[in-house]
Write a protein that binds this ligand. Structure first.
Ligand SMILES: [Zn+2]
Ligand SMILES: [Zn+2]
Ligand SMILES: [Zn+2]
Length: 252
């Protein structure tokens, strides 16, 4: 299984438009962050988690020419608003693309993108087969285990696929859901900034959560310019914890 970070930034990305802070002005490539998403290749299938507003350039930059399905975490714009770009894959693959999320996500997408899901099919529309998932399921032989986490009061999903777990936009995770993460080799989890935030883990909270889990390696993602420069923050982290950066990839 191969994993690549297509983006590791929070909703505004880095640099933030008009911001003159040190991080936004940094020339370092690791301080440039598109909106959060990962691309995964497994058993000849390609899929992504979330379709944010930067999807088009992420797909072009990484030469992704085939996409079999999408896993959605939640319906906030920084995670879904690239949804129209999926039609390019419809044109190439000549079939609908499957997408999965919880009830809240499916409901919200059907409202917000009613032209896609109204049932009226006219040429040029994305063709997406959107399904609600609750428990572990198998698609194309790939076992996918959704993990329910709280984004303030909103129930959203993280995903575990084999020994890889991806969680973004979490603030709290209940004990029984945390168990699903145990013994994962690689955990990706969100870490917004230094200061506390109502709906996202900050650095202190993310590190506290990680400490109580048995995982080999952790990557922090969904990063704001308020966290700090990549290299400065990296120095402060425990050995098995790393800041993710755009285009970082690994196999497991
Ligand atoms: Zn987000
Ligand atoms: Zn800034
Ligand atoms: Zn969100």
């Amino acid at each position: 299984m191969k994993v690549k970070f297509l983006g590791t930034g929070t909703s505004q990305g880095i640099p933030v438009i008009g911001c003159k802070c040190d991080i936004c002005l940094s020339k370092h490539i690791k301080d440039k962050r598109l909106r959060s998403s990962v691309y995964i290749e497994k058993d000849n299938y390609n899929f992504i988690i979330d379709t944010g507003p930067d999807l088009r350039q992420q797909v072009l930059k990484n030469n992704i020419n085939k996409l079999d399905f999408v896993l959605y975490t939640h319906a906030h714009r920084d995670h879904v608003s690239g949804i129209d770009e999926l039609r390019s894959f419809n044109f190439i693959q000549k079939k609908a693309i499957s997408a999965f999320g919880n009830y809240q996500l499916v409901n919200q997408l059907k409202k917000d993108y009613s032209y896609i899901f109204s049932g009226l099919k006219y040429p040029g529309l994305p063709n997406i087969n959107l399904k609600v998932i609750k428990n572990q399921f198998e698609f194309n032989g790939i076992k996918i285990n959704p993990i329910e986490v709280y984004h303030h009061k909103l129930k959203i999903l993280g995903y575990r696929i084999d020994d890889f777990t991806y969680i973004t936009d979490a603030k709290t995770i209940k004990k029984n859901e945390l168990k699903k993460i145990d013994n994962t080799k690689i955990l990706v989890i969100n870490c917004l900034q230094i200061d506390e935030h109502i709906s996202h883990l900050n650095l202190e909270e993310a590190l506290k959560l990680i400490k109580n889990l048995s995982v080999e390696k952790v990557y922090l993602t969904h990063i704001s310019h308020n966290l700090g420069k990549h290299n400065n923050i990296s120095e402060l982290l425990p050995k098995n914890v790393n800041l993710a950066f755009d285009n970082l990839s690994f196999s497991l």
